[in-house]
Every structure is written in C-alpha cells, then in structure tokens.
Design a protein around this ligand. Structure first.
Ligand code: PAF
Length: 288
C-alpha cells in the first residue's frame, strides 16, 4: 500500500490512473477506522481496479467548541486496517496543503443542510464537508466514491453536490455497521466513557421502537416522535439534539408515514455526540 502525502503526487497518480483507463474507488475518511469504514473499503476494492482512501481530519467541518482536538487519531492502526482491507493508496494531506493561506472558496448545498445536523451543528459543518469532499474529488478523480448510511444527511448532501457541480462520480451509500448490541459504529465511540457506554444505546432503542410502532400501524409522525423523544429523555445525562421523521429525499419533516421515511437522531452522552437513523415505511423493512 502506497502512502501519498502531497497534493502534487496525488494529482500525478490520479492522472496516471486515468491514463490507464483504470476505475478508481475512493473512500474519504477522517481516520480512526472501524468496521464501518472497512466495509466501504472492501466494497470499493471489489468494484474498482484501484482503491484510494483518504485520512484527513478536516478542521473546517468542526464548529467552534466541537471536538476537533479530541477527535480520535490512530494513524498506525489505520494503516494496518486499510492495508488488510486491500486499499492500494492512502492519501494523507496536511491541513496547510488543503487550505493554503488566502483560500476563500467554499461549497454549500443550501437547503438539504438546513435541518437535522445542520440545525444542531450549524450549516457551516456541511459547508466544511462539501468543500473538503469537492477538493478531494478533484485530487483523486475517482470513478466511484463510498459513504456510510449512518451519516444519511451527509450522503444525501454529497449526492446533491455531485449532481449540481457535474462531478462525473458515482456515489455509493453503504449500510450502517453496528456493534453486537446495535450501537452504530462511529470513530467517536472510542471516546464514550465506559460508565456511559450502555446508555449510549438509547437513541438506537428509540429508533427501533419507532419502527415497531409503524409496524403496528401507528403512522402519525407527531405521536411517533413524542414517544421516541420521551424514551431518550428519560435519561437525564442525555442531551437530545434532535429526533425527527423526515422525507429521505428532501429531509423535510413529514406528518404521516405514508411512504418510506428517514427517522434520524443525534444526542450527546458523556461529552460525545452520536448520530443514528432508520429508513422505514408502512411496509417495512422491519429489521436491519
Ligand atoms: O464522514 C466523514 O468522515 C467526513 O465527513 C468526510 C466525508 C471524510 C469529510 O471530511
């Protein structure tokens, strides 16, 4: 596995891949790799001639007061894991290279970023994500790029950006990978203090309860949301950012579950912010 640390080298490698007419799969990450990332990498390896994964903790997507300094960084372990997954190239630029002095251009997907995490973290978070992903796409020039459904809003925002800015890249969204007890895998899980770990499941349990109520014929979004929110808020140590039922295409809140909906939530426990979601409609699916 080759490690590329300069933008010039990445440009040259991307040009070489294109000249060979090889298909390039790309998995952008912020490191602290877990099985969720590895599932994206393995799929990219299976579907492409060359797989590039980036490891870059992008400062511009962390809002003031967020956990940029405490974000887990596990570089040596990441290299081993990516190599095991069959990745060919790790792209590992520095913030100084990615954001040269006097940079003043950014990418914002306007409407899809207003609700959910855009409301609780601010649209600036998504501005940081789309700006860095657009820059990474220009550097790596992939055929396909792989994102996780856990960050459902991020995946939708990137799909919109790719259409709006005419990137010739196929976006592939892969299923959420969970711990045995159901907790969605996230790099931030490493930061959950052990005494809070069991209670970190509250969001997942509320989402499953919402799905069960829909299976039992409860379609009123207001009532469903109330039940789920109350479940989470039973724990005084949990700060609930949001728990909403929205259209999976527009992310606008729905009044009734007449079709497939995205039930998405974010909460903080033990100083760690966790997100999770479920896609469900009146006809299921009833498990994931
Ligand atoms: O999902 C992430 O890890 C990040 O938001 C991404 C897509 C790598 C951009 O920094």
């Amino acid at each position: 596995m080759r490690i590329i640390e300069s933008l010039e080298e990445m440009h040259a490698e991307a040009a070489d891949i294109a000249a060979r007419r090889a298909e390039c799969g790309f998995v952008p990450t912020m490191g602290a790799l877990h099985e969720g990332h590895l599932s994206l990498m393995e799929r990219a390896v299976a579907e492409n001639d060359v797989t590039v994964a980036s490891v870059f903790v992008n400062p511009t997507q962390f809002m003031p007061g967020e956990d940029f300094d405490n974000y887990p960084r596990t570089w040596e372990e990441d290299l081993d894991a990516a190599e095991q997954a069959g990745v060919d190239i790790i792209f590992h630029p520095t913030a100084e290279q990615m954001y040269p002095p006097r940079a003043q251009t950014s990418v914002l997907v306007h409407t899809l970023t207003q609700g959910l995490c855009g409301m609780s973290r601010g649209q600036g978070h998504f501005r940081g994500v789309t700006t860095v992903v657009a820059k990474l796409f220009n550097l790596v020039r992939p055929t396909r790029a792989y994102f996780g459904q856990k960050d459902a809003q991020q995946a939708l925002v990137i799909q919109r950006m790719v259409i709006d800015l005419n990137f010739n890249i196929e976006i592939i969204v892969c299923p959420i990978v969970r711990e045995e007890d159901g907790l969605a895998l996230s790099s931030r899980n490493r930061n959950i203090p052990p005494e809070y770990r069991d209670r970190a499941l509250a969001l997942r349990e509320a989402l499953v309860r919402g799905r069960n109520l829909i299976r039992d014929g409860q379609y009123d979004a207001f009532q469903l949301t109330n039940v789920m929110q109350e479940m989470v808020l039973q724990d005084p140590d949990i700060e609930l950012d949001y728990l909403d039922i929205v259209s999976p295409e527009t992310l606008e809140e729905v009044e009734r579950v007449d079709d497939l909906v995205l039930i998405a939530g974010a909460m903080k426990i033990g100083g760690v912010r966790l997100i999770d979601n479920i896609l469900v409609g009146p006809d299921g699916p009833w498990s994931d």
